[in-house]
Design a protein around this ligand. Structure first.
Ligand SMILES: Nc1nc2c(c(=O)[nH]1)N[C@H]1C(S)=C(S)[C@@H](COP(=O)(O)OP(=O)(O)OC[C@H]3O[C@@H](n4cnc5c(=O)[nH]c(N)nc54)[C@H](O)[C@@H]3O)O[C@H]1N2
Ligand SMILES: Nc1nc2c(c(=O)[nH]1)N[C@H]1C(S)=C(S)[C@@H](COP(=O)(O)OP(=O)(O)OC[C@H]3O[C@@H](n4cnc5c(=O)[nH]c(N)nc54)[C@H](O)[C@@H]3O)O[C@H]1N2
Ligand code: SF4
Ligand SMILES: [Mo]
Length: 742
């Protein structure tokens, strides 16, 4: 038995914490926060602490599975890929490419393989029927950013370590550790903000952990943040508090915004939001008076009826107070694998094509996940007959899951890249399992672009690959090869070398490139002597914003430098990036984009809607991560966390008692859930977390099955979306609640 320590990066949430692992033979036997990681400083949450159990979960699949006579049996990789190839090729040949749909889930953005190769997979598939978890999550933010700045990933983040005032809406970073906002140890950073005399305010219908720690908690009616934000903008204009500061020459559309927000006075929206006019005014003035401030909105502002308008308003408020793109305000990170921008570009559009059944517009080259079931169920040319799922559990994570599950059961063929046999992959004809976290390299392609400091870190695999397993990058590339009609036994290394050569050739040929005049061969031989992914990443780093340009920039960044600095490399505090970061045709921040302006009348009309009796919202728990970590014993032990939160007055009115069972019903279905009575939730609101409901037959997750919980998405409605982004309405769902019959 040999024991050693090894460094890695936690891949489980967006906080990117550095971990110091104790490894005994081929197992993780201890996990500590890496104190020398300058960014995370040793922070560790219960999920990260359980990485050893997760990694060695006996229910984790170690070989591919193929379904024979309804039973999943283990097979070799070649056989599994051959089944995939023959079935998918036949379906595509007979019914066309759109007959094959793909669903990409959340862990896809947590892996280097996913970050590097998702694009290639989408291109190889060549189907319009691409769906991702983004349309049950953050797509509104991509759309508002795309329209305002020209790039869907150009999303500013609150400069938490230098700000004086934060307004957080629909987010619980004490629990989630932040999202589209990478800042390990949020609690410490928020405490530090208060310790230096600053303040933060939380808007949430529930007194969340973050709200409880805040200077002020503003309860709000679910789904109505858009009205509150509009009124705050209106008040800024009315009280003559608008001051764009240094941003002024780079902004167009200010007058348009003034006009749009004019009807939404604090008095006009107060009843709708459940926040009185005086509170809205005071909050606005407090925000405007702060030296440096930022507004931030997350799940409770995106997965709602007016998600895109609300996401836009978050940035509008930052801009109107001169806080956009300045230290202590809301800023644009510059990750190491990307180069600086050129200050203008093609911009961002949606609706370049439409979905077959509901005619929903394409957004970011995908369709709303809510319409996957429609596309499977509805006969006709282009009907979806096969599905590729990668790192996703749509059977639990998408609204109206009863309908979706039924639809999944009718497909001709399903292939899933997933380590578990779960609620989704039980429908798969072939399951291709990736290796556990300890066996894979890590670099955060996605999250370093949302980090509150510019940092870079690469973590090589901690433990060597087990015999018989396949790196996830290889699985994805082989799948792409099959989809492109090249067959699974393609020489992946040769194909990768070819792509690298093509990229290098471009770099040396371009007259404006700092590498102009050098040779591709020389650069190729200077790349790190490593895996395919490492070499590709090396190229990105060396030609990125801090790159060494193959020696042209002394002390510049490269894979070699990251390998020599396993605790990470600090590239400094965030810097203002406007106008360089912009990719709008005008080269300006478009403060009042047409598609958003055209949606505001819909908001105005909704101002008059009758209030609902009881609205359902979601929440997260520190020991849970969406749908897939309930098989880890330490994370599910103790009091069940999948409970229905009900306000004391509502419980009395509805005849519910704590520990009793309630029936919750909506337009699409009903569930029974254990009641937790608490004044932490506003009256008129109930809350149930998502990711539960592990009671389906044919799965292989023994711990999760014993802690099944209920699936909240049996209640959420697939017909309700934010039309600009196609994002599902998961918060503010109309429900009826009554005591369960027995
Ligand atoms: N009602 C309601 N529904 C929601 C939400 C909500 O707040 N309320 N939140 C939404 C949000 S924000 C999200 S992001 C989605 C998530 O929705 P999904 O992405 O569909 O689901 P996850 O629960 O993240 O499931 C991840 C899947 O990836 C697998 N997996 C884990 N690690 C790996 C890996 O390394 N490689 C591969 N290939 N697979 C892996 C897991 O076994 C699991 O099957 O859920 C959404 N659904
Ligand atoms: N522990 C843990 N961490 C996670 C995850 C997890 O499942 N568990 N999931 C990860 C993922 S995929 C994501 S996307 C992020 C999400 O990160 P966050 O957005 O911070 O997620 P939540 O913790 O769900 O916080 C959302 C809050 O919005 C409130 N809310 C609901 N409706 C409304 C509304 O209409 N208005 C307002 N103002 N508030 C509302 C809820 O009460 C809740 O407190 O978390 C990530 N981190
Ligand atoms: S906060 Fe997120 S990244 Fe950090 S240890 Fe927990 S799960 Fe891992
Ligand atoms: Mo998410």
């Amino acid at each position: 038995m040999t024991t050693r320590t090894a460094l890695t990066t936690c891949p489980l949430c967006e906080a990117t914490c550095g971990l110091e692992l104790t490894v005994t033979d081929d197992r993780i036997t201890g996990v500590r926060g890496d104190r020398l990681d300058g960014f995370s400083g040793g922070f560790l949450c219960p999920k990260g602490a359980s990485l050893g159990q997760l990694d060695a979960d006996p229910d984790r699949l170690t070989t591919p599975l193929v379904k024979r006579d309804g039973v999943h049996v283990p097979v070799g990789w070649a056989e599994a890929f051959e089944v995939v190839r023959s079935r998918l090729t036949a379906i595509m040949a007979e019914h066309g490419r759109d007959a094959v749909a793909m669903y990409l889930g959340n862990p896809m953005v947590h892996s280097l393989a996913g970050g590097l190769y998702a694009g290639e997979l989408r291109r190889a598939l060549g189907s319009r029927n691409v769906f991702t978890a983004s349309t049950v999550d953050q797509m509104p933010k991509h759309v508002s950013s795309g329209l305002m700045y020209g790039g869907m990933y150009t999303i500013p983040v609150p400069d938490i370590d230098r700000t004086d005032f934060l307004l957080l809406l629909g987010a619980d970073p004490y629990t989630s550790n932040g999202s589209l906002w990478t800042a390990p140890d949020m609690p410490k950073r928020l405490k530090a903000l208060r310790a230096r005399g600053g303040a933060f305010v939380v808007v949430d219908p529930r007194r969340s952990r973050t709200a409880a720690a805040a200077d002020q908690h503003v309860p709000i009616t679910p789904g109505t943040d858009v009205f509150l934000l509009l009124a705050m903008a209106q008040e800024l204009f009315a009280a003559d508090l608008v001051d764009l500061g240094d941003l002024a020459p780079h902004v167009t559309g200010l007058d348009g915004v003034r006009e749009l927000v004019a009807p939404f006075t604090p008095e006009a929206v107060a009843g709708k939001c459940g926040v009185d006019a005086a509170t809205i005014r005071a909050l606005t003035h407090r925000f405007a008076a702060a030296e440096r401030a930022a507004v931030y909105g997350r799940i409770g502002t995106t997965t709602v009826d007016f998600g895109t308008v609300a996401s836009w308003l978050v940035d509008v408020l930052n801009a109107l107070t001169g806080n956009l793109d300045r230290p202590g305000g809301s800023m644009f990170p510059l990750p190491a694998h990307l180069a600086k921008g050129r200050g203008s570009g093609k911009g961002f559009t949606t609706g370049r094509w439409h979905s077959r059944v509901r005619g929903l517009p394409e957004v970011a080259s995908e369709f709303p996940a809510v319409t996957l079931a429609d596309e499977i169920e509805t006969p006709g040319e282009g009907q979806v007959r096969a599905l590729v799922t990668i790192a996703g559990n749509p059977a639990l994570s998408l609204p109206n899951s009863a309908r979706l599950e039924a639809a999944l059961g009718t497909l001709d063929f399903v292939v899933s890249v997933d380590p578990y046999l779960n609620e989704t992959t039980r429908h798969a004809d072939v399951v291709l399992p990736p290796p556990p976290p300890s066996r894979r390299p890590h670099y955060d392609i996605a999250f370093l672009g949302f980090a509150v400091r510019n940092v870079a870190k690469f973590s090589p695999p901690v433990i060597a690959l087990d015999e018989g397993s396949m790196p996830e990058a290889d699985i994805l590339l082989r799948l792409a090869a099959v989809l492109a009609g090249r067959g699974a036994d393609t020489d992946l290394d040769a194909a990768a070398a070819e792509q690298l050569d093509a990229a290098l050739a471009k770099l040396v040929e371009h007259p404006k490139s700092p590498l102009h005049g050098r040779t591709a061969e020389e650069l190729r031989s200077a790349l790190v002597d490593g895996t395919r992914e490492e070499r590709l990443l090396d190229l990105k780093l060396r030609t990125g914003a801090y790159g060494d340009w193959f020696g042209a920039v002394p002390d510049g960044l490269s894979m070699a430098k990251l390998l020599a600095n396993p605790h990470g490399v600090d590239l400094g505090a965030l810097q203002p990036r406007i106008p360089e970061v912009l990719r709008t045709p005008s080269g300006k921040v478009e403060l009042c984009p047409d598609p958003i302006a055209q949606d505001v009348p819909r908001v105005l009309a909704a101002l008059r809607d009758r209030p609902d009796d009881l609205l359902l919202v979601g929440r997260r728990h520190l020991r849970s991560n969406n749908s897939w970590m309930h098989n880890v014993p330490t994370l599910v032990k103790g009091k069940p966390t999948c409970t229905l939160l009900v306000n004391t007055a509502d419980a009395l009115r509805l005849g519910l008692t704590g520990g009793g069972v309630a029936q919750v019903s909506s337009r699409v279905g009903k569930v029974e859930a254990t009641v937790e009575v608490t004044d932490d939730i506003a009256s008129g609101v109930v809350s149930l977390p998502h990711g539960w409901g592990h009671d389906r037959p044919g799965t292989r997750m023994s711990v999760a099955s014993a802690h099944a919980g209920v699936n909240v998405n049996l209640l959420t409605d697939d017909l309700r979306i934010d039309p600009l982004s196609g994002t599902a309405v998961l918060n503010g769902v109309r429900v009826h609640v009554s005591p369960a019959a027995n």
